[in-house]
Design a protein around this ligand. Sequence first.
Ligand code: NAD
Ligand code: ZN
Length: 359
Amino acid sequence: KTLTVDLGERSYPIWIGQGLLSKLPAYLQTLGITSSQTLLVVTDDHVGALYLEPVLKGLQRAGFRVFSYSVPAGEQAKSLSYYEQIITYALEHKLDRQSVILALGGGVVGDLAGFVASTYMRGIPFVQLPTTLLAHDSSVGGKVAINHPLGKNMIGSFHQPLAVIYDTATLSTLPEREVACGFAEVLKHGFIWDEAFVDWLEENANPCRALQEPFLSEALYRACHIKSQVVSQDEKETGLRAILNFGHTFGHAFEALGHYRDFTHGEAVAIGMAVAAHVSEAVYGQQGLAERVTRLLSTYGLPVEWHTLPWSFEQVLEKMYTDKKVMAGRLRLVLLERMGRAVIADHVAETTLRAVWSL
Ligand code: NAD
Ligand code: ZN
């Protein structure tokens, strides 16, 4: 399946399907990348152990000069230290302004390698080769970043990839918890934008959860499509793009309060979407909306229960006010006016939130 992300003067393709990595050299040639350009594959050691060797072999056979750099798996790789190490490696191996970085991995590798690409010699091209379900989200939109000890994604930029080449065969080795985590964002894209996609995700929950084709590619295609539509209407995050934060204001608070250990991002966001859906129902009176959101999240193996969290409403609220997306001290929440239509709400009363919290 092919999708085009259209960003005014620039656009780039997203290819989704089983076995695409085995045809990687041909895809690169389609993008106009020739064997005169040096390639650097950035990956992590989980993904590298599974998929790096065939990728390198294929590229070498096609005549490419290719190097690879593997970072430890996990969020800690999105650091200034690994950023510097990759830059050093690239300089030592004489990568130049024509070189291309290939990000083979999940959102961590995509963000890190993308940030390297955005700054190496003032910016070189890169291609996303996502290997997680969540990476449908991180590979589309052009946001790349590393973390600072004082905050996640605090050092970053906007750098669009040349293409996203999404080989769904790689997802078969993804740990179950990561699969559920990825579906949290797939479902989010449906909730905020496309009720028909929500219907489809309800009908096809079993084959989707089993990562069965063609359902898997279809789900990723539709979720990427939504993300790219939102992003192309608001590339630099001035307005509309904020709706992508549905469930995230609460979710970020839960992640932070749990010291990024208790929950994965997707789990925290799932509980956040459950809360936000209940707030939406309270504000816009759409009967049954919250029930539908929570049922679907549960079906996809995600938590939705906030009553058992060990934090008070005050603690959660205080954390939400420190979120970088809270502007000028006002709590901006993304709510669902109805299923498939998200809105930014600036004036939800604290009493409404408190009432929902203790429902
Ligand atoms: P990840 O990249 O850490 O991958 C999760 C785990 O799965 C890792 O241990 C990884 O080694 C392993 N893994 C990856 N692919 C695998 C495969 N095919 N088989 C077996 N194991 C595999 O995490 P993620 O959830 O993909 O991404 C999370 C990151 O994405 C966060 O840092 C977040 O900030 C970022 N993100 C960025 C954006 C954006 O717009 N740039 C959007 C959302 C999230
Ligand atoms: Zn998210």
